[in-house]
Ligand binder design. Sequence first.
Ligand code: OOG
Ligand code: MG
Length: 257
Amino acid sequence: MSGPDVAGIAAKLGAAADSATAIGQLAAETGLDSDTAYAVQEALVRRRLDRGERLVGLKMGLTSRAKMAQVGVDEVIWGRLTDVMRVPDGGSVDTGGFIHPRVEPEVAFLLDRLPEPGELVGSFTEAVRAVAPAIELIDSRYANFTFSLPDVIADNTSAAAFTVGPWSPVPDGLDNLGVLLEIDGRVAQVGSTAAILGDPRRALDEGLRLAGRHGVRLREGWLFLAGAATAAVPLRPGAHVRAVVEKLGTASLRALP
Ligand code: OOG
Ligand code: MG
């Protein structure tokens, strides 16, 4: 029996992203499970690398209850980040390049020396050089932002763009910092880094463990997004978005009118 057509599913998702056109879910009809979905994700990101993009890090998804509840999927997932997805802090994005973009507040880590595969992070301050507030722009390639677990994994966990604010040395505690998402100066979401697996540092252990299962090692100099602390909010043309994380400061981006 032949399994799901990994390359074919990746091509459909890639075309949906390139043309900013939503497609229907694919996992149920193709019998895609989560493990094979990570193979689709790899093939999907390979298309980007083949046209010259560079892998710059990893992102975690659904590390908070707010996010799990919003999308109705309750397992931690991970995806891949490329250089082209990065928007400079204070920079602009064209919402026309996306299907139904949403923004969410995140905490970013700049990775230092990582443990060997299979080992847990000995000390967070050895593994992480700096931390920053960040904004992730997610854009599910599925109609109505509706998907199953394998569907969202295959779709590179809705990754589309991200902005990282100024880096700070790792503070003493990261486990209970206030998080705000502001749109046009108004508070759109409020949360705490405690929402991220109890402590965003845990997201790194999970990332190492889960990506390691698929033979992916985190690299020195890579970025790592720990997952949103709050639900995501639709990004409208012309909106000015700020993510504020207590002690870490602010990341911002603008949607072109
Ligand atoms: C999946 C991606 C989730 C996060 O921070 O939880 C994610 C989605 O919500 O479409 O990036
Ligand atoms: Mg996210």
